[in-house]
Structures are given as structure tokens and as C-alpha cells.
Design a protein around this ligand. Structure first.
Ligand code: GUN
Ligand code: FE
Length: 425
């Protein structure tokens, strides 16, 4: 943690609720020992002597959280996008992920991934690796050096993979997971392990039982996929005939919220029962609009999730998604919500900019604790955005400028970035 105290001056913008933005032009946001000490229209006397960087009228927003991304898929993003989920996994994704058995390849690929993540607007991420322990540890080491705060999962898959990408048994998968946990639980300042059963079709009951025991022993968080695609859901029903809905295939092993902090990606086709259980158990939904379009999965009913008070953040789901910027995911979320409203259910109003901004900042950030906001006491994650790539002679309000920066998301607009008080860019 940084022991420094400093201020940033600019147009400070953050969510005060899921539907409201606070905007302070010519304001100051103060960082003290890695945490936010508040936003001030004038710098209070007690801070007169502290270093202050003046960013003029540039926007200063909280760091963004990507709640769902696959690091090994970064190499082939934006290719092979004409398939639906299960065919895409079998023909493109699994053969590509198999390459990470080769640690030299893994280091080369993950170096590019970590460098690009550092250059973008996200300050935190929950990341899938592959089933390979050495490659996943390389990924963690490289991410730790970026200063970003991340959770990384060695993927578990002991069934329905491919000859080149599947663990040999539930026991082998659990043993590899234990050895990875022992190596990484306390090794990194910025990177923590997260249990990562790929999805139910990839994980036998025996494996899920063993992961459940590890979860309880080490109090680990969990990330997985849920109700993304109709074919996938039908397959889970065949594989787990005793369950009433997909989420129950996780919850019967205690891997669905409650004492087990959980992120479920997608939730495009969740039933009423599944939604009620996610709400009761405090499961985080990672809404991945770009992936849902690319893989023709459908549109998640995010308006409903927000209105019913579920936890919702945004995910890029690279390489289902092509772009890792959560600014882009905000725009995509608004756009697909308009299609949902117009084409599927006219009672489900489109998302506002405020709501999308909340999901990309505090909505997802809160999975890490107090993150994603400039409220006092939150970890100091900040991104400074300039308009260098989008000049205009128009006199725009701060909110209009924010909207353009979201819709035209471009890493070249980032002037500076801080995570937990530390300057990253
Ligand atoms: N379900 C299981 N694995 C994956 C994956 O790699 N990407 C997506 N989008 N869904 C999945
Ligand atoms: Fe995914």
C-alpha cells in the first residue's frame, strides 16, 4: 500500500448510487495511504501542503473492474466469431488453450495480455487462466508486476473437454488445484487465487465436491459461467437430472454465493428460481454484452437484475468479447438494453449512462471490497481521461464528455491511472 498523501485536480465524477452521478468541476480528490479521503470543491486547509497534480478539466473517474475475462483467449480475440458457444469452445477455444501447456508460449502470450491490461482503463479484474498450473502461475507473476489488483483462476475441467485440454480425473484436477493454491495463496501483493470450475459441463460431481472442500478450507471466492446459451442449459439439465435449474448444479456444492463469494458470468437465460437464488445468496452477475452478441447467446435482462437489487458488474469476456475496455462494455450494455426494450420486453427500460457507469465502477468493484468509488475510505483507484482523440469546438458539459469517452472508448484518452493509491500509468 502507498503511504503517500496526494491530491488530483480535475472534473471528478463518480456514482453516489446506481442511478446517480456526482460531478465536481475543478474539484480535488485526495488519496491518503492508498485510500480515498474524499472529493472536495476546494482543497481543505489541512491538505494545503500536499502534492497536487492538476489535470485541468480532464475527467477523473474511479477505476473500472472487469468481472470476467479469459487471459489465454486474448491472443485470438476478434477471430472465429461466427460460431455459437459450444461449437466455438470445441473448435477454437479449447485447441488454443491447450497451447498453454508450453510455458514459453504462455509467457509470451501473457506478457502481451498483462501489458495491454495495464495500458487500458481497468484497474481490477477477475481472470480465467487455463487448466495448466505453471502457465497460470506465470500469468499471476506478470499481473502482479503491473500493480493492477486481480483475482486469477487456474481452470478446472475433468470432463467434456478435448483430447488436448482436459484433466485426467477429478483427483488430478483437485491435486493440481491444491498445489497451485499452496504456491500462490500468499505469494503476491496484487494477485489472489480464485476457484474456477469452468462451467458445469466441464466439471464432474466428484470434482465439484473436491472444489467445495477446498473452498471451505481456504475461504476462497469462486468464478464460473451460468445460463449463457440455450444449448448449454439443456446439456446441464441432461448432465444433472436432479437439479431444477442450472444454478442448483453449483449451489448443491455450496459454490453459489452465501459464505462463498461468487461471480457468475452471463445469466442471459436465468429462470425466476435461479434469479431468486442469486439474489438470496448475493451472487455477483458479470454482464458481458459484447460476448453475448458475438456468440449469439442472447441479451441478459440487466434492467430486471438492477431493479431487483442483484449485484451486477460488467465483464469483457475476452475472447467471447473482443475488447477488454470496460468503458466499451458500458456502451455495449446500454446498446443491448435498448434492443431488449424494443424487441423483447417494452416494460424493461434501457439502461442509462449512470447505470452503466455504476456497473463498471462500484457495481463490479465491490466484489473486491471497498473499490470502484471515490467515497471516503474506498481504495484509491482512479483513471484520468482526456479528450485528445475526440476534439470538438462544441462546449460540452462534463456528463456529455463522459458519454463520448464511454461510447468512443479509446485507451489513448487515458492520461493517468492509479490502483490502490499507486500510480500505474
Ligand atoms: N463457458 C465455458 N467456457 C467458456 C468460455 O471460455 N467462454 C465463454 N464465453 N463461455 C464459456
Ligand atoms: Fe467466459
Amino acid at each position: 500500500m502507498s503511504r503517500e498523501i496526494f491530491a488530483l485536480k480535475g472534473t471528478i465524477c463518480y456514482s453516489t448510487s446506481p442511478t446517480e452521478l456526482s460531478i465536481t468541476e475543478g474539484g480535488y480528490v485526495v488519496c491518503e495511504n492508498g485510500h480515498c479521503a474524499g472529493v472536495f470543491p476546494e482543497l481543505p486547509d489541512r491538505y494545503r501542503q500536499i502534492p497536487c497534480t492538476d489535470f485541468g478539466d480532464e475527467l477523473i473517474i474511479p477505476g473500472l473492474t472487469d468481472l470476467h475475462i479469459h487471459a489465454p483467449q486474448y491472443t485470438f480475440r476478434a477471430s472465429g466469431m461466427d460460431l455459437e458457444l459450444l461449437d466455438w469452445l470445441n473448435t477454437i477455444t479449447f485447441p488454443q488453450e491447450a497451447r498453454y501447456e508450453d510455458t514459453e508460449f504462455a509467457r509470451a502470450a501473457y506478457t502481451i495480455f498483462a501489458e495491454d491490461l495495464k495500458k487500458g482503463p481497468n484497474t481490477r479484474a477477475c481472470i480465467f487462466g487455463t487448466l495448466h498450473v505453471p502457465a497460470t502461475e506465470i500469468l499471476m507473476e506478470l499481473l502482479n508486476q503491473t500493480g493492477l489488483k486481480t483475482m486469477v483462476g487456474k481452470v478446472n475441467m475433468d470432463r467434456n473437454g478435448s483430447p488436448v485440454l482436459q484433466e485426467t480425473s477429478a483427483q488430478a484436477s483437485a491435486d493440481a488445484t491444491l498445489s497451485w493454491l499452496e504456491d500462490t495463496l500468499t505469494k503476491f501483493e496484487n494477485v489472489k487465487p480464485i476457484l474456477t470450475p469452468r462451467f458445469i459441463p466441464s466439471c464432474s460431481d466428484e470434482l465439484m465436491e473436491k472444489l467445495s472442500a477446498l473452498q471451505q478450507k481456504y475461504h476462497l471466492p469462486v468464478q464460473s459461467h451460468l445460463s449463457e446459451n440455450l444449448g448449454e442449459i439443456a446439456w446441464v439439465q441432461e448432465l444433472c437430472p436432479d437439479t431444477h435449474f442450472y444454478g442448483e448444479a453449483y449451489s448443491r456444492f455450496g459454490l453459489f454465493g452465501g459464505d462463498c463469494p461468487t461471480i457468475m458470468a452471463h445469466c442471459v437465460h436465468s429462470s425466476d428460481e435461479e434469479i431468486a437464488l442469486m439474489k438470496k445468496q448475493g451472487v455477483y452477475i458479470a454482464h458481458c454484452p459484447q460476448s453475448n452478441i458475438n456468440l449469439s447467446s442472447g441479451i441478459a435482462p440487466v434492467r430486471r437484475y438492477l431493479d431487483e437489487g442483484l449485484h451486477v458488474g460488467l465483464g469483457s469476456d475476452v475472447a467471447g468479447g473482443t475488447c477488454s475496455s470496460i468503458l466499451r462494455a458500458m456502451a455495449d450494455a446500454i446498446q443491448v438494453s435498448k434492443l431488449y426494450w424494443r424487441l423483447i420486453d417494452s416494460s424493461m427500460k434501457p439502461l442509462t449512462l449512470e447505470e452503466a457507469f455504476y456497473m463498471g465502477t462500484e457495481g463490479g468493484g465491490s466484489f473486491f471490497g471497498k473499490a470502484g468509488s471515490f467515497k471516503e475510505g474506498y481504495e484509491f483507484d482512479a483513471v484520468v481521461l482526456n479528450s485528445s482523440t475526440i476534439p470538438t469546438p462544441l462546449k460540452l458539459s462534463p456528463k456529455d464528455r463522459l458519454e463520448r469517452l464511454v461510447y468512443l472508448s479509446d485507451d489513448r484518452n487515458i492520461s493517468a491511472k492509479y490502483t490502490a493509491g499507486r500510480k500505474i500509468l
